[in-house]
Write a protein that binds this ligand. Structure first.
Ligand code: FUC
Length: 869
């Protein structure tokens, strides 16, 4: 307890001192205490696990703590423990019997600032305290049990193996100060072991014959927990067919687990805590978000129940944002398996979808906040895993090229790698969902683009991109003048065996594009790269339909019209992946951006799936609609977040971690974007967040960005250039702002109009933007209509913008990404557009914008699709 208080005090001193050093800068660190807390334990049941237990983790293990007083329950997950071919299994149920049946003044918490959970209560006049943390550097869970009165701490530690049976054998034994739990999962011959060491101060300790350790009348005690299996990242695991041979020859878990425990036991509690703190806060503290709230007096379950209208609802929004970062820190650490559908938490014998790695959305969403929310090194967990499974995917790539496009087969078997649909730590089935490889390649590219680490690019990113581009370049077939995927699919739609779906084509396009950019940076050239270059313009990724939508399937005309099996409200919005997380649809492709917005509107709000709500936050943010993005965040928190903030996949208390990660990523997109090499702070701020600040979000180019705003207008922006390079910064009127270093030196910049500047940055330098003149947006005209369409003449009318002195008319023909200006200075709200080519154009988008007397144009316009009559 004392250490805990000291620790918090140390943190406060630390954050105050950094503020003092730079009095002008937006406050460092997480600033305020963000914690989940409750005034009673989680019920000891499945419902208690999913809804109220506190999740912890260090990559090596996921842990759910219940906080009981008569008996504490600590449930442990180890991500390589597979029962059968498809199901992750619960590793251990650990009980600590205290027999405290009359506890009062109870409180338990998870403090996100420090990554520590705590239980505190009084029983028979003694205050009992427990602290829990899961340490990545020391690879153990540490539990410290304290009592306010010497000699009053007594308990029995009782680890157990759940779901023993045909698939799982094992036993628990205790000797001296250590309980060992070990056994075998028969299907893959997985040998597992857990060790639990008890270090009491004072009192007596006794090992029981039934695998328990009892401590009586101690002053305090430590429990250290290490777990493991003989699983190792090794291509052999995926290449070997026979399940029981996959782990053959790999070292046993015993020595490893015993080593973790011995190393940890050689350190003091203070040392273990300091290691954990340095590691955890080194990641967590990089980002803070303040929506102007203070910590509420009500416990977190009540906070969740009161949302969205509770007095502290904004606090829950901050908490949920940081909770996604916390969960990624717990579940994705270098050298350990990446987060699966349930992250690193599972209580079941057979969890839903086997806790697998699904690659048509879920896995990608797990990594969605890694870069923008400034945790890039957490992606190393996946890159290690990828290197182990990719040799298997290379074999599939060759099989698929042989099957679908044999003329392109490389005689030496170098056909790149094919994207998985789903996999487990042991199996990559033959997938045949081709766009998923490009989706993975997109994350690899962002890993470089956000960090600009050239050795990462050369060693990890480029080989992954190049191999995926290699596969794509051989797989695509020339059809109607384009290079298309055949067969092709759009995630989870019931229409199968299509050709050139937007999902596949967009992912292919992004891969080729990024591979070529990477090759240029590294100075690489070869004949295969020349092929990618020639193919790129023929990948034809975007088609605009007659509803003004981005088509999902090529035969589609009006939105979702071509096959009754299509669900117009489908949770997947795969035709928009080029908008988010891709960059194909961006501010330099305004016609596509408008089509993306139309598509998002047509996809409607009618989904109750957590991850789909989370994805829509980011997608709406990318089309700059902060209020709509926020509406999805609100719905997610209100309908899907359980009392422990676990995301409930679809309102049946089925936990899936994807939306927890995705919500964080979505909020980050509302606060900062950086696609197409332009850093844009506050691009989609909702009316619900009029005041606030954030610190430390990451933009592509490795710029750390902080912002402060009031009345939804930035009062201060800061950009720390971590690796130097050109910074393109966009914010309304930024070119008219004061831009200085924190030391007060004026900064040179070049302006493009009033809203964008360019600074040649120096590595390590911070750039501070203040005194940004308010730019009041020009109200958008609406309701653009075609009243008459006769030979080469279109009569248009629209509803006025109150701000307009005049209007501009634009057109985008067919699938064009951009608009061309047709007429400017239009007075009034109707116009007759005459042009000699109108009878030759099957489809175009017309758009009217408002221009104010000061020359400012509305950001958006009213659009209408004109089809040849
Ligand atoms: C994909 C999604 C589902 C679910 C499943 C685990 O199939 O479409 O909604 O998340 O993965």
């Amino acid at each position: 307890m004392k250490t805990f208080v000291l620790l918090l005090a140390a943190m406060l001193v630390c954050s105050c001192s950094s503020v003092r050093q730079n009095p002008d800068l937006i406050a460092d660190g997480p600033g305020k205490a963000l914690r989940l807390w409750y005034d009673e334990p989680a019920p000891d049941s499945d419902k208690g696990w999913v809804d109220r237990s506190i999740p912890m983790g260090n990559g090596y293990m996921g842990v759910n703590v219940f906080g009981g007083t008569a008996t504490e329950r600590i449930q442990i997950t180890e991500n390589s423990l597979y029962a059968g071919s498809k199901y992750l299994n619960n590793f251990a149920e650990v009980y600590i019997d205290f027999d405290h049946t009359a506890a009062g003044n109870y409180e338990r918490e998870l403090n996100l600032n420090v990554g520590i959970s705590r239980v505190k209560y009084e029983q028979s006049g003694v205050e009992y305290t427990r602290e829990y943390f899961t340490s990545y550097p020391d690879k153990v869970m540490v539990i410290r049990l304290s009592a306010s009165k010497a000699g009053t701490l007594s308990f029995t530690l009782r680890p157990t193996i759940p779901f023993l049976g045909a698939a799982k054998s094992g036993s628990v034994s205790a000797k001296d100060d250590t309980v060992t739990l070990s056994g075998v999962m028969s299907y893959y011959n997985i040998k597992f072991e857990g060790q639990f060491k008890v270090i009491p101060a004072g009192g007596k300790m006794k090992a029981g014959t039934n695998g328990t350790i009892t401590v009586s009348d101690a002053d305090r005690a430590l429990i250290l927990i290490a777990v493991g299996t003989n699983y190792t990242f090794d291509p052999q695991v995926f290449l070997t067919e026979a399940p029981t041979e996959k782990l053959a020859g790999l070292p046993d878990a015993h020595a490893k687990v015993a080593g973790y425990l011995a190393d940890a036991a050689a350190k003091s509690y203070e040392e273990l805590l300091a290691n954990h703190q340095a590691d955890y806060t080194g990641l967590y503290d990089r980002v803070s978000l303040d929506l102007g709230t203070t910590a509420p007096a009500i416990p977190t379950d009540k906070l969740v129940d009161a949302y969205p209208d509770g007095a502290s609802s904004r606090y829950l929004e901050e908490l949920a944002f940081q909770f996604g970062r916390y969960m990624l820190i717990c579940s994705s650490r270098a050298g350990t398996l990446p987060p699966h559908l349930q992250g690193i938490w599972n209580v079941d014998e057979k969890p839903m979808w086997g806790s697998r790695y699904l690659h048509d959305m879920n896995l990608e969403m797990a990594y969605s906040p890694a870069f923008s929310a400034n945790l890039p090194e957490l992606f190393e967990s996946y890159t290690d895993f990828f290197k182990a499974y990719v040799p298997r995917e290379q074999l599939y790539a060759t099989e698929f090229i042989k099957q679908y496009n044999p003329s392109q087969l490389d005689p030496n078997g170098d056909n790149g790698w094919c994207g998985p649909f789903w996999l487990t730590p042991y199996e990559v089935p033959r997938g045949g969902r081709f766009g998923t490889g490009g989706w993975i390649a997109l994350i690899f590219w962002d890993y470089y683009d956000y960090t600009r680490d050239k050795s990462v690019l050369a060693d990890t990113v480029y080989p992954a991109l190049y191999g995926q581009a290699n596969f794509i370049s051989r797989f695509v077939q020339e059809i109607d003048g384009a290079l298309l995927a055949k067969p092709s699919w759009s995630p989870e739609q019931k229409v199968r065996n299509s050709i050139g779906t937007t999902f596949d084509q967009q992912m292919f396009y992004e891969t080729h594009h990024n591979t070529l950019t990477a090759a240029k940076i590294l100075g690489r050239s070869d004949s295969r790269l020349s092929i990618y270059e020639a193919q790129l313009p023929r990948l034809d990724p975007i088609h605009i339909g007659k509803s003004g939508q981005i088509k999902e399937f090529r035969p589609e005309e009006y939105y979702c019209d071509f096959d009754d099996a299509l669900d117009p409200h489908h949770r997947h919005a795969s035709m928009l992946l080029g908008l988010y997380p891709g960059q194909l649809i961006n501010d330099k492709t305004p016609a596509w951006l408008d089509a993306a917005k139309t598509t998002l509107t047509l996809r409607t709000r009618r989904t109750n799936i957590g991850w789909a709500l989370a994805e829509r936050i980011a997608m709406w943010a990318r089309v700059h609609d902060g209020d709509e993005a926020y509406a999805f965040y609100t719905t997610l928190l209100e309908k899907n977040y359980l009392h422990n903030l676990f995301n409930d996949h679809r309102s049946i208390e089925l936990f899936q971690a994807d939306a927890n990660y995705g919500a964080t990523a979505g909020v980050a997109e509302m606060l900062l974007q950086s696609q197409d090499y332009v850093v844009a702070p506050l691009p989609a701020l909702p009316a619900a967040w009029p005041e606030g600040s954030y610190r430390g979000l990451l933009a592509r180019g490795n710029f750390e960005v902080s912002a402060q705003w009031s009345n939804r207008q930035a009062s201060r922006l800061e950009v720390l250039s971590k690796v130097g390079g050109t910074l393109a910064l966009r914010y309304p009127n930024v070119a008219k702002a004061v831009i200085k270093t924190p030391q007060g030196q004026k900064v040179d910049f070049a302006a493009t109009g009033s809203d964008q500047i360019r600074i040649e940055t120096a590595k390590g330098q911070t750039y501070v933007v203040t005194d940004i003149p308010v730019c009041i947006p020009v109200a958008v005209p609406s309701n653009l209509k075609i009243n008459r369409d006769v030979k080469n003449q279109i009569e248009l009318s629209w509803t006025a913008s109150p701000d307009a002195a005049s209007y501009n008319l634009y057109r985008a023909v067919g699938n064009a990404p951009d608009y061309k200006l047709i007429a400017s200075d239009i007075a009034g709200t109707n116009f007759v557009y005459k042009a000699p080519d109108l009878e030759q154009i099957d489809q175009m988008t017309l758009k009217v914008t408002a221009v104010r007397a000061d020359g400012h144009q509305s950001d958006e316009g009213a659009t209408v699709i004109r089809l040849l009559p």
